[in-house]
Design a protein around this ligand. Sequence first.
Ligand SMILES: Nc1ncnc2c1ncn2[C@@H]1O[C@H](COP(=O)(O)OP(=O)(O)OP(=O)(O)O)[C@@H](O)[C@H]1O
Length: 273
Amino acid sequence: MTAWGVRDLTVRRGTRTALDGVTLDVVPGEVVAVVGGDGAGKTTLLRTLVGAITPVSGRVAAPALREIGFMPTTSGTWRELSVQENVAFVGGAYGLRGALLAERSERLLAATGLAGVRRRAAGDLSGGMRQKLGFVLAMLHEPALLVLDEPSTGVDPVSRVDLWRLVSSAAVAGTAVVMATTYLDEAERASGVLVLDRGRVLASGPPDEVVAGAPGVVRSVPAATVPAHAWRRGAQVREWFADPSGAPGEAVTPDLEDAVIAAALAKEALSAR
Ligand SMILES: Nc1ncnc2c1ncn2[C@@H]1O[C@H](COP(=O)(O)OP(=O)(O)OP(=O)(O)O)[C@@H](O)[C@H]1O
């Protein structure tokens, strides 16, 4: 089984090092989530994986271009074209036509709930529907590697669940999927997570291992001891402590969000020394 991905990747954008020694594996049948804040390097990583950016150093293993499905943050749809025309246009670009194109597009339009709006211009679709159309276009040629750049950002919660279902069913069908996301609840459902922070890997592995490997301890506290180490979770205030012994407050069962914050704070504490 071929694993796609990158090894020890360093990429420069302008004068900045956008990625510094990043390794990512994407296996057929699995979804890997790339998480990180604005400017962490998610888009740069995905674009380098699909061959749109040349790295300074490191290795990229990806299938041939026509075996890759790529959905950019902007969904990759043509706003002036109808849903049907978007599908026909992209299908044509991949050399799909006739019964094969009809069968693929009908199946994908039905799965995404877009069959009823096939004559509507993509620009008149809701944000969530437009992202689903972007997914249809990226999947039309049945790629071996599906690369999705923040498909669910700004999408309503119901459409987010729909999109996740589509993405995971693509993986179940054998596609290797990598998706950038800013939603950690979404990343928690992936097989693997890569946490980026200013171009460097903060943590990587299956979500439960990333959570188990989080440095220090996260507690629920009545009031923050060190405000810069505390954050709100619903009605609670949570705080990260480097040293678990004698940490105040109550124990919490950490999730991926806690683990990512803990890893970021531990790194900051280390570099401040
Ligand atoms: N064309 C460019 N020229 C110069 N610097 C760039 C360029 N594109 C990105 N960068 C820089 O590279 C770094 C990584 O950006 P990237 O877009 O990959 O991050 P991201 O995690 O996808 O964040 P966002 O969600 O905000 O797009 C940032 O510091 C960004 O400012």
